[in-house]
Design a protein around this ligand. Structure first.
Ligand code: HEM
Length: 402
């Protein structure tokens, strides 16, 4: 938690600022860093990019390094983000046939209507808490509708996500302790049981939703198992909303710091996509991702042995001054699309078009509805742990309706 005093001085949250500074320092002094527990850390854009692009050397199957998940945990069975080819290719192909760019662009009217409804509910209020009002409900309703799970259950999802995101990790213990993983096991089990129920419901009563599409899909001639469908649904439900909550909140925090950007956006809405890329660059919702080496590999002048856990700092790559001149500047005119907030390569975020669309529509409507918005100074802004999700979980705003 931080006070708004910090926000005003550009120190968006104590924990985020210290992580950012730590990344900057190591990128300058020891960019391929091995910590005292033997974990490797990549900080430069070139190295993070190279590792993301080389799935054969940098495997996503990192479970051997992480504390065992609860027995029967569907996340273990089918977490797309943690799979390697050829299984990854087959599963991703299946999800992609159900989750097409056409389906996503067709959601625009629904996203606009939902955003309007959520903002209508605030009437002429001059003070609001943006996470409760918009940044949480919008993405969770959109992904719930897509998956075909009841949107009324979103309060329960939020409770689950709050527990899952409270996983106690810090910089010295990024893989999370066995005890920390055990402490969230009942919540993971509740989520998985819930989704299993939803999959069973769709099996007997299919609809026009992703779960039904996955149930109907064939992978290499074989249907997906229930565990695989539940795992995919869990990944989509969680990855599909809280990251976008982070993106929207981060956008409003950065707009608060850069009134000149907001002024330009008000008159030039076509700049919104560039603004969203800058928000993602400066405050990526995932600070890092991880991989495991499958063989000895040279990187940045160092030799990483096989079977090493490697942290890829997206946050740091996005601040690499050799790629992004003056990385602290929020620059709407940056003609550079190499920010890595959505990853790169075969695991490139499947939901990136949806996240970008939701952000564009929501920010556009906020600019329409409010002649002015400022982060309130008399109430604290609260943040998730930036090592888990980087973004505000409570964001009080003072607004002037247009
Ligand atoms: C993968 C970030 C929104 C679904 C990823 C990865 C990143 C990421 C960094 C790659 C992880 C890796 O390589 O280890 C984000 C951010 C988002 C966002 C910053 C919002 C601003 C979404 C949404 C959905 C989604 C809205 C679903 C509707 C996925 C899935 C994968 C993924 C399924 C796994 C893809 C694969 O492994 O092939 N995301 N994501 N994400 N994301 Fe997103």
């Amino acid at each position: 938690m931080t006070t708004n005093q910090d926000t005003r001085t550009g120190d968006l949250s104590g924990e985020f600022a210290s992580l950012r500074d730590w990344c900057d320092q190591l990128r300058a002094t020891d960019p391929v860093h091995r910590d005292e527990r033997g974990v490797w850390h990549l900080f430069r854009h070139a190295d993070v990019s190279a590792a993301l692009a080389d799935a054969a050397t940098f495997s996503s199957e990192t479970s051997a390094f992480l504390p065992a998940a609860a027995e029967g945990d569907a996340f273990r069975v089918a977490n797309l983000t943690r799979m390697d080819p050829p299984r990854h290719r087959a599963m991703r192909g299946l999800v992609s046939t159900a989750f097409t760019p056409r389906l996503v662009s067709g959601l625009a009217p629904r996203i606009s209507a939902l955003t309007s409804e959520l903002l209508d509910a605030l009437a002429e209020a001059s003070r609001l808490e943006l996470v409760d009002a918009l940044t949480y409900p919008l993405p969770v309703i959109v992904i719930s509708e897509l998956l075909g799970v009841p949107t009324e259950d979103r309060g329960t999802f939020r409770d689950w996500v709050d527990v899952l995101l409270s996983l106690n990790v810090d910089r010295d213990n990024l893989a999370a302790s066995q005890q920390a993983v055990r402490s969230v096991a009942p919540t993971r089990a509740a989520l998985i049981d819930y989704l299993r129920g939803q999959v069973d419901r769709r099996r007997v009563d299919p609809g026009e939703d992703l779960i039904s599409a996955l149930l109907a899909a064939e992978a290499d001639g074989a249907r997906l198992t229930e565990g695989e469908i539940v795992g995919l649904a869990a990944t989509l439900l969680i990855a599909g909303h809280i990251t976008t909550t982070g993106l929207l909140g981060n956008a409003m925090l950065l707009f608060d710091q850069h009134p000149e950007v907001v002024a330009r956006l008000r008159d030039n809405r076509e700049l919104l996509p560039s603004a969203i890329e800058e928000v993602l660059r400066v405050r990526p919702p995932f600070s890092l991702t991880m991989r495991a080496t499958t063989r000895e590999v040279e990187l940045g002048g160092r030799t990483l042995p096989a079977n090493q856990l490697v942290f890829l700092w997206l946050l740091s790559a996005n601040r690499d001054e050799t790629v992004f001149a003056e990385p602290d500047r929020f620059d709407l005119d940056r003609r550079n699309s190499h920010q890595l907030a959505f990853g790169r390569g075969i695991h490139f975020c499947l939901g990136a078009p949806l996240a970008r669309l939701e952000a564009r529509i929501a920010l556009d409507l906020l600019l329409d509805r409010y002649a002015e918005f400022r982060v309130a100074t008399d109430e604290p802004v609260e943040f998730y742990n930036p090592l888990v999700v980087n973004g505000p979980k409570r964001l009080p705003l003072l607004v002037t309706p247009a």
